[in-house]
Design a binder for this molecule. Sequence first.
Ligand SMILES: *Cc1c(COP(=O)(O)O)cnc(C)c1O
Length: 481
Amino acid sequence: MDYISTRGRSPAVDSAQAVLQGLAPDGGLYVPRVLPEFDWQQCLKLSSQQMSQAILSALLPDIPNMGELVKRAYTGKFETEELTPTVTVGGMHVLELFRGPTSAFKDVALSMLPQLLTAAREEKGITQEIRILTATSGDTGKAALVGFQDVPGVSICVFYPQGGVSQVQRAQMVTQEGSNVLVCAVEGNFDDAQTGVKQIFQETQGQALPFRLSSANSINIGRLAPQLMYYFRAYKDLLDREVIRLGDPVDFSVPTGNFGDILAGFLAKKLGLPVGRLICASNANNVLTDFIRTGTYDRRRPLLKTTSPSMDILVSSNLERLLYLLSGDTALVDGLMKDLREKGFYQVPEELLTAIQAEFDGDFCDDARAEEVMGRVYRDYGYLMDPHTASGWAAAEAYREKTESKNAMVVLSTASPYKFSTAVLTAIGGDTQGSEFERMDRLNAITGVPVPKPLAELRDKPQRHTDVIPKERMLDFVLSR
Ligand SMILES: *Cc1c(COP(=O)(O)O)cnc(C)c1O
């Protein structure tokens, strides 16, 4: 199946090649030239793993053996076999995406991507090891480490800023097991680590290395495609509970950073799933809210630090895919991305804005409102949510009030409250003293909500990765192991 670049200046590739390459050579993102026919009603009869297999086989048909890959990615790795359960809370439906090995929604995609990469590598007859390089501000690093652990043919090297991640996030990474994983702290902040990784890619271009370098970030179609499954799964759960009838539209509110999660919802709709409106929820970094309301994307503003750090982002890479999918015009997208690079903003044409607004609504909430939501939902319904999820809940509430929509509403929950114990404790009126592990225990003592096992076990695990290096030594580190 042909994948083309959103910027139209690179040749088409097949789906296995698109996964191997990540980014297209012209800087664009790979999208299917034509979306496949898909039997969405049949898909709703399947188990979560079977759904994944059906969706991934449709979107990535050049990667063989999909059933086996899905089994390896998910069997025994999540808290439940359904992978992503939906629970009903106060008239909304919360889709819990954090029941995986690292308690964040990135597990769904990062469990699958390594399997897709290694299968694509085999399919293309590549014998060299693929080494994944990642700089992380916290969540992505651990999810990627777990996904790649001991997958044959690939290895992974994660850099995190020393002192720039939480105590729990650090513990998650430095205790990582596996014979093909490297973790290293970099003296500096996240930008230093990320710039260092980009430099390694540039400096080594054209050089013969002992491995082929690649990245695991969310511009790879192999990371996006696994995320469609849980939209189908949530719809199926509402059907089975007779909340909806087959064909009824369901709205989804999605805590958004890089626009990957919500774009998966749009692709699910394109494959036939009756999705009503997709609500793009941001925190105080509300670039996307402004964009959806006005058609102007303007990154010329300060990046704010919030209690939902995974959404602290000014350039949402996957939005580029939406611009193409709704306009079908690679020259237009190429021009818009040039404007963004050179001027710091772009304005989409009126018809494109109308098309975006027909599918999406945008809203945001600041830390104070997220705190209010977490506190109120806990008091009223006994349900504990993290600050990212709270932004989704707030946007869903605002949308319902504004539109009086009667559609069922699913709020995507992207992290366990235990990954953000301080903000959650504050919201429910708990004491926030002590270490992060003490705060986890306190949150558990107050609420009785179980601590996810992989988080609870962290403090007793041996630290295996204790290297700390200056940022100038990052390439040496990658080459030395
Ligand atoms: C990555 C992340 C998000 C944002 O998802 P995107 O696909 O980047 O829009 C939201 N919440 C949490 C907890 C995350 O880790």
